[in-house]
Design a protein around this ligand. Structure first.
Ligand SMILES: [Zn+2]
Length: 304
């Protein structure tokens, strides 16, 4: 069984509250664990969420404001303490290399972690695995900020009844998938006769930004969109001045981009009642809406 889900470690922008830790999100994707924007307290939130440090294979920072990166020292030192043996890759805006270096070496510890820095310098693909490509795009915030999305290539789903009818079984199924066609008793069986298109899944992660083309490009066709909605529309002027989105703006992008499941997060401490974000977003987005809560999990929706 493959697991594709978001573990929400924190939902607060700027300052934590009694119910919201600083940001932090672990995307579990098959065997990968992408830790996005670990703010202060992320190590303990992982403990409370039942996420071992060994689950993290990649650290992705959008930018270097503290609510998005002050958890790096604790997480990195914990991974070293736990003797995590696999390499961990870190992505972050290259303009913040100095900050990352400080966070990486914030205090003295016995450092045995194989942490590899791969800073972002431009839009485009940054890494790829068996079932995904990770892409980044520059957003529009007060400091350089990148959004991410994970894209699974389109594939094909085998149809057992059609395989049986064509007389294809056992290792021949794999051969047919690899080679595109197969000779079965003198007849050629083509892959498209016994399979159906299976669109790849997409998860987008959009943190601190004003509305810009990159937000839409990242959100386009996302099965799951995790997006900041720091403010409500009543404070749209603040959102503009400080380089953020309102719930209504985030939900409008989601509606325009055909997002299936929308996750709002990164809330300002001025709003203790998160249900107001849901009300504002639901007025413009008819899809599946989640107002993120600390320590909750959100599944990547099953394929349509
Ligand atoms: Zn922030």
């Amino acid at each position: 069984m493959t697991v594709r889900e978001l573990v929400v470690l924190g939902t607060a922008s700027q300052a934590p509250t009694r119910t919201r830790n600083h940001n932090g999100y672990l995307l579990r994707w098959d065997g990968e664990g992408l830790l996005f924007d670990p703010g202060e307290g992320t190590q303990r939130q992982m403990l409370l969420a039942g996420v071992p440090s060994s689950a993290v294979t990649r650290i992705c920072l959008t930018h270097f404001h503290g609510d998005h990166c002050l958890g790096v020292p604790g997480v990195v030192q914990r991974m070293s303490l736990d003797r995590v043996t696999h390499p961990v890759v870190a992505h972050f805006p290259a303009s913040g290399r100095e900050y990352f270096g400080r966070l990486r070496a914030a205090s003295v510890f016995h450092d045995v972690l194989d942490l590899r820095e791969e800073p972002l310098t431009a839009d485009g693909p940054v890494a790829a695995g068996l079932s995904w490509t990770l892409e980044a795009r520059r957003l529009d915030h007060l400091v350089e900020s990148f959004g991410y999305r994970l894209v699974e290539p389109d594939g094909r789903r085998m149809l057992p009844e059609e395989l049986a009818r064509a007389g294809v079984s056992g290792p021949d199924v794999g051969r047919l998938q690899r080679e595109g066609s197969l000779d079965v008793g003198g007849r050629t069986v083509r892959l498209d006769e016994v399979s159906a298109p299976r669109p790849g899944q997409r998860v987008a992660f959009v943190m601190d930004t004003r509305l810009c083309d990159a937000v839409s490009a990242l959100a386009d066709g996302a099965d799951l969109l995790v997006i900041e909605s720091t403010f409500l529309e009543e404070d749209a002027a603040l959102a503009r001045d400080y380089g953020h989105l309102t719930a209504r703006q985030a939900a409008t992008v989601a509606a325009e981009c055909g997002v299936r499941r929308l996750v709002l997060t990164h809330f300002s401490q001025r709003y203790p009642d998160a249900s107001r974000f849901a009300d504002e977003a639901a007025a413009v987005f008819a899809g599946d809406l989640v107002v993120a809560a600390d320590l909750g999990t959100v599944a990547v929706p099953r394929r349509a």
